[in-house]
Design a protein around this ligand. Structure first.
Ligand code: BES
Ligand code: ZN
Ligand code: ZN
Length: 499
């Protein structure tokens, strides 16, 4: 997983880049910086860009003639229409280019940054998008294969405009490296199957992260959770042989004015419990820890990048949802840490149960200014918004604005959904304070309304990532499997609130 991003500037002709990737738009104009090289290469570049097929997004063409000295090769990457290009186009093109180079066993990719700057962008954000695309796009999950995939891209290099001062770009470089590492960590841990990525394993990882990112860490075991009255969390866990772990990571600078609590659902495997899921695609539920892992990885970024004036606490209830003779049964009534009783009508609606105790713990222990929860919570959210958009619910525009802005920056798509109180009646139980399911219709909304019962009057936002945590196809910078959705978005969200 070793990866470095590097910055260079100066005249291209004097460089020794292995492959310099340059964009080619539909207008097929050669970037001025390449004119000199073109001359030395007897107009080979001018000839090459005449090919129309070259300009479709992500198409990679490596000019055949290597130069004897200095820059070795130029590769064109198709960008489509120049005026339709934005930072997401840059990210995608960089991802596709890096992945093509990886497959050709080329470990280093260099981009001519200035030539990629979209109409509404600047050099810095373009560099960021290029590095994100290159790193995320060339990802492979092959740690369990004897025959490894071909090379990984180990280095992304950026050639800055001639007048740029490298030191001005170093903070960006540091941030983008940290954040993409957190995304990769999320993919790796999420893709790791449930026999290996147990709650205990996650708590070990949390301890490693705490060390790496100078965070304090606390793990509550089953006994400690029981003492706190976390009947919802333990009610989900008790069908499993794996002990539950309630993980808390804390970033607490000496001076801070705001506290943000992030709660992430970490069901290390969701079989549905006694309300067993159908067999088809059940393996995807190894990724039902996606919210919790995203929170862990975000806490890593927070600890390393050290945002000012804000305390951030990550809470990750981690357990399995399994059927057994010990498991909670439909109709059982459990008591949450908040004291509210819940009639469990469907044991597959388990995420909201562990989150109820997670949110209550966050509220009581930290009395935060803002609280956010992240969960692969409902299939209904995937039906509503499709596989690529996360839904979020909040009564507070300040949180909605921060979430929208974060999504704009990172390209992780989010959409605000209604907290429709008229549907709240669906959660009324015959024999307990509430029940854990409403109707099938609007199921993502009633899940959000359920969680709302546990946040009191704290400014809170709920993010359902059941769609985007997983991809069934290869996308420009997201291969099949767990996508690593979350940490870049959440870090930017936190940073916005800390402003
Ligand atoms: N983990 C699932 C939700 C999910 C589904 C995540 C698909 C990712 C992809 C959750 O625990 C669940 O099973 N929810 C049920 C709730 C229902 C029983 C009210 C669902 O969505 O079907
Ligand atoms: Zn479930
Ligand atoms: Zn689940």
């Amino acid at each position: 997983m070793d990866f470095t991003a590097k910055l260079y500037s100066g005249k291209i002709t004097g460089t020794k880049y292995h492959v310099l990737v340059v964009p080619i738009f539909e207008d097929r104009k050669l970037h001025p910086e390449l004119k000199e090289i073109d001359k030395a290469w007897k107009n080979e570049l001018t000839e090459a860009v005449k090919d129309e097929a070259l300009t479709s997004l992500g198409e990679l063409y490596i000019a055949p003639t290597p130069l004897a000295k200095g820059l070795k090769r130029v590769a064109f990457v198709g960008m489509g229409k120049r005026n339709e290009c934005d930072l997401e186009t840059v990210r995608r093109a960089a991802g596709l280019a890096a992945n093509s180079l990886r497959k050709r066993e080329i470990p280093i990719v260099t981009f001519l940054a200035e030539a990629f700057v979209p109409p509404e962008g600047d050099v810095e954000s373009t560099c960021r998008a290029l590095i994100e695309g290159a790193r995320l796009g060339s990802y492979t999950f092959d740690q369990f294969k004897t025959e490894k995939e071909t090379n990984v891209i180990s280095t992304a290099e950026i050639h800055l405009p001639g007048n740029a001062k490298i030191r001005d770009y170093v903070p960006m470089l540091n941030e983008v490296t940290t954040l993409t590492t957190s995304s990769i960590i999320t993919r790796d841990w999420c893709n790791t199957p449930a026999n290996l990525a147990t709650p205990t394993h996650l708590s070990r990882l949390a301890k490693d992260i705490a060390k790496e990112a100078s965070l304090s860490v606390k793990i509550l075991d089953e006994k400690a959770c029981d003492k706190l009255g976390m009947g919802a969390f333990l009610g989900v866990s008790k069908g499993s042989n794996e002990p539950p772990q309630f993980i808390i990571l804390d970033y607490k600078p000496t001076k801070y004015t705001k506290t943000i609590v992030m709660v992430g659902k970490a069901i290390t495997f969701d079989s549905g419990g006694i309300s067993l899921k159908p067999g088809k695609d059940m393996h995807i539920m190894k990724g039902d820890k996606g919210g919790g892992v995203a929170v862990l990885a975000t806490m890593r970024a927070v600890g390393l990048l050290k945002p000012k004036k804000v305390r951030v606490v990550g809470i990750i209830p981690a357990c399995e949802n399994m059927p057994s003779g010990h498991a909670t049964k439909p109709g059982d009534i459990i008591r949450t840490m908040s004291g509210k009783s819940i009639e469990v009508l469907n044991t597959d609606a388990e995420g909201r149960l562990i989150m109820a105790d997670g949110l209550e713990y966050g509220r009581i222990e930290y009395n935060p200014d803002y609280m956010i929860d992240v969960a692969t919570l409902t299939g209904a959210c995937v039906i509503a918004l499709g596989e690529q958009i996360a839904g979020y619910w909040t009564d507070f525009d300040i949180l909605a604005d921060a979430m929208n802005a974060a999504g704009e920056v990172t390209g992780e798509k989010v959409w605000r959904m209604p907290l429709e109180m008229e549907y709240d009646d669906q959660l009324k139980s015959q024999c307990a304070d509430t029940q854990n399911i409403g109707k099938r219709e609007g199921g993502a909304i009633t899940a959000a309304l359920f969680l709302k019962k546990f946040v009191g009057d704290i400014q809170w936002l709920h993010l359902d990532i059941a769609g985007p945590f997983w991809s069934n196809e290869n996308r420009p910078y997201t291969p099949k499997g767990c996508t690593g959705y979350g940490p870049r978005l959440l870090y930017n969200f936190v940073a916005k609130l800390a402003e």
